[in-house]
Design a binder for this molecule. Structure first.
Ligand SMILES: O=C(O)CCC(=O)C(=O)O
Ligand SMILES: [Fe+2]
Length: 317
């Protein structure tokens, strides 16, 4: 079931997937997700199975971590050129993005650089990773249904969770001259979850070309669809452009979880959406790892010119 809010994004209640309320309730929630994927590519979920207490604790600990002196944060800063960097990163001085972040890869990977302080932060991050993984698996099943695919198809296609990661973010208060927090972009992977505090600032570019705020809703998690889903659905599901604008006098904390795809996977429009349906494919197929490489090959970090950033149009036909 869906209701609306200030930013007109649907709020999908996932309760029917946790307590048996029957097929009708599940069907309604699935339909709301489908509509959101076809339109803005963004929606909120509530009753999503991630405990509120954990969400609040993680955001609080994250704020304490970012408040530490830089020497402390530098202890978990990856060496230049690390192939899969984890740990603390600051945007270079003069960058158009005014934020700092802590990247946390899959807890089982030895590549992770975990902060020792504040106490309990590492455990909270691991709990978030586990809970967001469960939510990712559920949303993936719902998307499978929304796309009319054989049961379990996406689960089998995307069956390796090694590459999922958390990006814990801190956006600095806006100044009079500059309010940019994260430049406009689309997410590369399958599904993104954003847990945001009450400050706001996340915005999505609607199909009508208007930037709409994704207002925080207490207890909700924002879900958005990434490039992989857009390509699999041959452009039907929208990997929406979004950005973060900073607010004056407010530090903003968000915890973003990327439900990814294994680097080795081949991505192309599924026959159900191209070929079988009579529609021509709108993307050529590609190896996901190759696309990630292209995306990582960032132009100069101070550049905000969109033409310098490789995005999914690179594979558009
Ligand atoms: O911090 C946020 O609200 C979203 C950040 C974002 O879009 C990203 O990390 O891809
Ligand atoms: Fe994003």
């Amino acid at each position: 079931m869906a209701s609306s809010n200030g930013s007109l994004l649907p709020v999908v209640d996932l309760a029917p997937f946790f307590v048996d309320e029957g097929d009708v309730a599940r069907g309604r929630a699935t339909e709301a997700v489908r509509e959101a994927c076809l339109s803005s590519g963004f929606f909120h979920v509530v009753n999503h199975g991630v405990p509120r207490e954990l969400m609040a604790r993680a955001l609080e600990l994250q704020a304490s971590f970012f408040a530490l002196p830089d020497e402390e944060k530098a202890k978990v800063r990856p060496a230049e050129g690390t192939p899969f960097p984890s740990g603390h990163a600051r945007q270079p001085v003069g960058s158009v993005d005014k934020n700092e972040l802590l990247l946390v890869l899959h807890p089982k990977l030895w590549l992770n650089l975990y902060p020792e302080e504040p106490a309990g932060f590492r455990e909270a991050l691991a709990e978030c990773h586990a809970k967001f993984t469960e939510l990712g698996l559920l949303i993936q099943e719902i998307l499978n249904e929304c796309m009319g695919l054989p049961q379990g198809f996406l689960g089998e296609y995307n069956d390796d969770r090694t590459f999922d990661f958390i990006s814990a973010r801190h956006a600095f208060p806006a100044t009079e001259e500059d309010n940019r927090g994260a430049r406009p972009h689309q997410d590369v992977g399958c599904i993104t979850f954003v847990l945001q505090d009450g400050v706001g600032g996340l915005e999505v570019l609607r199909p009508d070309g208007v930037w709409a705020p994704v207002d925080p809703i207490e207890g909700s998690i924002v879900v958005n669809i990434g490039d992989v889903m857009q390509v699999l659905s041959n452009g039907k599901f929208r990997s929406a452009m979004h950005r973060v604008v900073r607010k004056p006098a407010a530090h903003r904390y968000s915890l973003v979880f990327f439900f990814q795809l294994h680097d080795d996977k081949w991505v192309e429009p599924l026959p159900r959406f191209a070929g079988d349906s009579g529609e021509p494919p709108r993307y050529r197929g590609f190896n996901y790892g190759e696309y990630l490489q292209l995306r990582r090959k960032r132009p100069h970090p101070l550049s905000s010119r969109p033409e310098n950033i490789t995005d999914i149009t690179h594979y558009a036909i």
